[in-house]
Design a protein around this ligand. Structure first.
Ligand code: AQP
Length: 334
């Protein structure tokens, strides 16, 4: 029996969404909603695995919702809600904590990165976060998960957990094995300050990222200051292998303009960075500024945003309750 195609993905409300979230996830979310049942979640329980100021968190939940809408998600096509309002996520996460293995979690590179050098002081939540992510996906029996490349390992863990559950409880094919949908051309947008690190909300320097709410001046300034090298743009991709910053800027340009990277390189070959940066800043201003303005506009009516979350919660809960009932039965809980 094949499973009905269902898409699920989430974004943490832990700060300004940036170009990485936009190109790695949100744009994909929007194109998928045209033909498939999609469920998009503001994953607030994931955000609190690292301490969040409660007032800022409340605001960030609404701002992430506004960002979903501003980039084109349509609540009449997709279910949009916040994770903590459907308590079944936490209940399934507990069940899956008992299926998942410590050895599997120990291999998660994101925990190692985020916990830093003092792992003893990281929250238990941060450690078991991938199990909650598996619960988010499996609760809706999602078959496809649009994510950036940084989430690939967590997705593989979700598949392992689904497989082990199906085997342990003798219910082959009960959970689908969710497949990642990772953008082909730019699966990882890199930091503007260090082309070997991904662009991220938690990076201290705001110059490392383009936020969706940045205005034109900020975008131009950040691109101007973006790290680069002293060489001109080469005429082939291979020569960019050792030049991560140059590759990142050209990749972003290619993704925004929808011109293939090879063609971009041909066009820009021999030019210096000021030329590339000017062109990149122009297209980014055109693409990102309208999104930022729309986020601000939507944030002017918080009641409307709360209403959208409430309606989305009601729809998500119907699916979650039914699926969790069946899961509890499989496990033997009465
Ligand atoms: N740099 C990136 N390039 C491509 N995709 C990215 N994503 C995040 N950064 C990049 C994708 O965006 C979705 C939502 O991510 P998230 O906010 O829930 O968590 P994250 O991956 O941990 O994002 P950040 O910005 O890096 O947050 P912090 O700094 O808190 O860790 C995911 O699909 C992710 O792949």
């Amino acid at each position: 029996m094949s499973h009905k195609k269902i898409v699920f993905s989430g974004v943490q409300p832990n700060g300004n969404l940036h170009l990485g979230n936009y190109l790695g996830a949100l744009k994909n979310f929007v194109s998928l909603q045209k033909n498939i049942d999609c469920i998009y979640c503001v994953v607030d329980l994931h955000a609190i695995t690292v301490f969040q100021n409660p007032n800022e968190l409340k605001n960030n939940i609404l701002e992430t919702t506004a960002s979903f809408l501003a980039t084109g998600l349509d609540p009449s096509k997709s279910i949009i809600f916040n994770q903590s309002s459907v308590s079944e996520h936490s209940e399934l996460a507990w069940i899956l904590n008992c299926v998942s293995r410590i050895g599997w979690l120990n291999r998660m590179t994101q925990f190692k990165d985020k916990a830093g050098s003092d792992k003893e002081k990281a929250s238990v939540g941060l450690y078991i976060y991938p199990n909650l992510m598996a619960a988010d996906i499996l609760l809706y029996k999602a078959t496809h998960v649009p994510v950036g490349a940084d989430q690939k390992q967590h997705l593989e863990l979700s598949r392992d957990i689904a497989q082990k559950f199906n085997k342990d409880f003798n219910c082959e094919n009960f959970f689908p094995l969710p497949e990642p949908l990772i953008p082909k051309n730019i699966s990882r947008v890199m930091s503007l300050r260090d082309g070997t690190k991904k662009m991220s909300k938690s990076e201290t320097s705001d110059y490392s990222r383009i936020n969706l709410k940045d205005n034109a001046d900020e975008i131009i300034k950040k691109i101007k200051k973006a790290k680069s090298d002293s060489k001109a743009i080469p005429d082939n991709i291979k020569s960019l292998e050792e030049r991560p910053e140059a590759l990142n800027l050209l990749n972003i340009y290619s993704e925004i303009t929808k011109i293939e990277l090879e063609k971009v390189i041909k066009e820009m070959s021999g030019k210096d960075y000021s030329f590339v940066k000017k062109k990149l800043a122009d297209v980014l201003v055109d693409e990102i500024c309208p999104v930022g303005k729309e986020i601000d506009k939507l944030m002017g009516d918080k009641t409307h945003l709360l209403q959208i979350l409430k309606k989305g919660t009601e729809k998500a809960r119907i699916i979650a309750e039914e699926n969790l009932k069946n899961i509890r039965e499989k496990v033997g809980l009465i």
